[in-house]
Design a protein around this ligand. Sequence first.
Ligand SMILES: Nc1nc2c(c(=O)[nH]1)N[C@H]1C(S)=C(S)[C@@H](COP(=O)(O)OP(=O)(O)OC[C@H]3O[C@@H](n4cnc5c(=O)[nH]c(N)nc54)[C@H](O)[C@@H]3O)O[C@H]1N2
Ligand SMILES: Nc1nc2c(c(=O)[nH]1)N[C@H]1C(S)=C(S)[C@@H](COP(=O)(O)OP(=O)(O)OC[C@H]3O[C@@H](n4cnc5c(=O)[nH]c(N)nc54)[C@H](O)[C@@H]3O)O[C@H]1N2
Ligand code: SF4
Ligand SMILES: [Mo]
Length: 909
Amino acid sequence: MPIIPIQSATVKTTCPYCGVGCGVDATPASATEVTIAGDETHPSNFGRLCVKGSALGETVGLEGRLLAPKLRDRNTGLLTDVSWDDAVGTVASGFARIIAQHGPDAVAFYVSGQLLTEDYYVANKLMKGYIGSANIDTNSRLCMSSSVAGHKRAFGEDLVPMNYEDLELADLVVLVGSNTAWCHPILFQRIVKMKEKRPEMKIVVIDPRYTATCEMADLHLPLKPGTDVRLFNGLLAFLAEHGATDAAFVDAHTHGFDAALAAAGPADLAQTAKDCKIDQHDLMAFYRLFARTERVVTVYSQGVNQSSAGTDKVNAIINCHLLTGRIGKPGMGPFSFTGQPNAMGGREVGGLANTLAAHLEFGDPLHGEIVQTFWNSPAIAQRAGLKAVELFDAIESGRVKAVWIMGTNPVVSLPDSDRLKRALDMCELVVSSDIIEKTDTNAFADVLLPALGWGEKDGTVTNSERRISRQRAFIPAPGKARADWRIICDVARRMGFDGFSFAGPQEIFDEHARLSAYRNDAATGVHRAFNVSGLIGMDRARYDALQPVQWPLFAPDGQGVVRLFEDRRFSHADGRARFIATAPRAPKNAPDEDYPLVLNTGRVRDQWHTMTRTGRSAKLAGHIGESFIDMHPQDALACGVREGELARVASRWGSMVARVQHGGGMPRGSVFVPIHWNDQVASDARVGAVVNPVVDPVSGEPEFKHTPVSIEKFHVTWHGFSLSRSAPDLDMVTHWTRVHGARFVRYEMAGRNRFDASNGDHRDWARTLFRIDDQHADWIEYEDKSAGVYRAAHVIDDRIESCVFISERPDLPARAWLASLFEKDRLDEEDRISLLLGQPMGKGEDTGPTVCSCFGVGRNTICNAIRDKGLKNAAEITSCLKAGGNCGSCVPELKKLIVETEMARLSTV
Ligand SMILES: Nc1nc2c(c(=O)[nH]1)N[C@H]1C(S)=C(S)[C@@H](COP(=O)(O)OP(=O)(O)OC[C@H]3O[C@@H](n4cnc5c(=O)[nH]c(N)nc54)[C@H](O)[C@@H]3O)O[C@H]1N2
Ligand SMILES: Nc1nc2c(c(=O)[nH]1)N[C@H]1C(S)=C(S)[C@@H](COP(=O)(O)OP(=O)(O)OC[C@H]3O[C@@H](n4cnc5c(=O)[nH]c(N)nc54)[C@H](O)[C@@H]3O)O[C@H]1N2
Ligand code: SF4
Ligand SMILES: [Mo]
């Protein structure tokens, strides 16, 4: 469907993916296209974009969009379009009825770090100030909540003190549990660029896996999963023993060092190395480097947060920065990278169930009084609400009877997610606001509310360095979709609440800014560092012109505070930071005989979460097209599975199926599965079903990186793939994964019993697969019964419609070349012969899976060029093939291919 631009001028907006928060120049180029470029003036990225940001233009079409409010008939399961009036009425009366019967704690909102600050603000206000419950939690619970809890314990407030420039000013950057190269690519590039300029700058990666990030590191510590507290406690003891401390800072500005040191235990390098399963010399090298380098930034992400010891991991890291006084100064400090585009904005407004609003908390009645007086609201939540995992437990047990899910897909992203399906099935009223109609979560919704997506919505987001940027609209609202803030306000008003009559997001932002400043001092209220009083009173024109600014921000048109704690004052009442005593403890569920391996889950370079947006881009699909189980070859051997085969990963909670691979740098004992694949794109690849529902006791963040599992072969009798212009009949296959192409959909498939190449009419089978009635259809067919191979292509008027390749063995031919046939209006003779042969004739080599998505350069092309032309580094590959020359996201993989090609060459000489 065409996109009708609001205007053809360039609009400055912010990328909707990761927490780096890159500035984007979006230019609607024609009725169907938007040109995307990096905003050279934005201080996060200075014009650069990673591969996901660069592909944003491909993801704004209307395919699959939810464009009208819908109600589901629970008996038939069918959805019917309804008016907004009816939809808002159904939600408002449903919530009101349940509140009247069962009290305010019987309802809940589950929201998202992908909402804008304005959406988030009104959702929080409605739940905590009007409904009077704190049952609003956000998917940031799954993401940053251990960091939030760690910051509150150490600093007295949820504060990330840092600035992106600190990464460039540092002499040592420690990346803990962060695959920065793939998950925060532009920050990674900023670090790498600086290292190129100043080779003495060091990068250390602490991650059980050897990730793409490690390609650029001086040192990789492949620690045993879950042992970070041990490692940083060991560092604390080492620093204390070697006098690498800032005693004056510790004396004047902190509390609790002695207890923390006692909990850390003695400085016993050998024992720490053994506990963490790290080479003792490498550990010593890291400790020494940390001790002698003044300018250290320690970055941490989900390898730290998503753990049953997540909050302790955060504090164990911060302890080391406090002991050395390396905080609040240029080029040093602990730096929690936020995941989602507006994780930070959500924390500002109070989107977590255990914070109230605007960095005010539960537990002190004064905080509640400040917020209620400011809102002039009929109620105020008195105590913390249910955290995400508890919230869905409460839905399952019937305590919570209505839930409104906004901008998140919990049936994919929560742990033990099959149980979530059961919970939602039982829930009296499930409402979901989304931009996409068919998601795993929406399948359980009684009411679907169409929201505006990126490019259509308008508001603010805050990135990892506390920088507020505008997301601006450049496409008109499609169908009946409405802004999230507006949907929430409409429901609030229909419930009879005043306080929700906003003319636009600028008015909500203004109220948010005023609340941040309201009684923000110890004399009349409570001092908090979160204060954006400089942004009060913006009219629409000023709001539209708002430039990216960091908070706190006091002066109108000011630039905000670049770095926190430069004054050595922390937010605890006495102004001091706290050391936290952190005793190491093992993950709750340990591997055992039945489930001997540890499942680690995370992200891949070119997909975003549950793929509702990145999954639409053919360019992004080329990198990794299907889910996988990455494991050490010896573990694979022990489990009786081989690379390229399908296997089932099972835990005590659930199971999923994916293809086994090596080469992802897995240590023995661990397997890695990506989080993105779900029931919309694969038959059985939702890893959330397998993950244990264990949470950190302080933050409530799930232990996504550590579930004991077993792996066994998934038996099939045939393997295959199809490319077709319309979807095939998936009832014909046992296992499938869909991959989005430019002019086709590709299905990787496998089956049991239904296809036997030595027996039966395969054309009939193919006809049923592609739903072809025509008995006289034009087929190009090849069959080798003894080898168990069958290939068929269906052609209409010389144009390829569909093709399927089947084999009894998993060694199927390459697929990349087939895509080009779908670009053609007519197949020529050579194409037809190629289809029969199952490989391209002469021209068109098999380029292999995409490595550089920007220029579509495949692995085989790159390896051939490295070998044939003797290319020595990434820059030479770029000048030869362009690969790596645009966004740079693939540069770590290029480096890896150089090493692999060289090793392959050496092994053959
Ligand atoms: N391409 C892409 N980028 C994204 C996203 C995306 O979906 N796709 N999502 C965004 C979001 S919301 C988030 S939260 C961030 C996440 O960004 P990251 O945290 O960088 O990503 P993950 O892949 O979840 O996990 C990071 C690493 O933690 C390691 N790890 C596992 N267990 C341990 C452990 O016990 N100790 C240590 N030290 N490390 C461990 C894993 O091996 C993994 O490499 O990415 C953001 N950026
Ligand atoms: N096993 C495992 N699970 C994990 C993780 C892990 O590492 N391992 N990581 C966790 C983390 S850190 C995160 S952040 C979560 C992410 O998990 P989710 O939040 O569940 O994933 P998304 O796909 O981002 O879901 C966003 C939904 O909102 C919709 N949407 C997009 N834009 C808008 C909008 O403007 N308005 C509305 N109303 N809807 C919109 C999208 O179509 C999509 O359905 O996953 C968590 N789950
Ligand atoms: S690093 Fe990539 S995904 Fe993250 S904000 Fe920038 S362009 Fe978007
Ligand atoms: Mo996240």
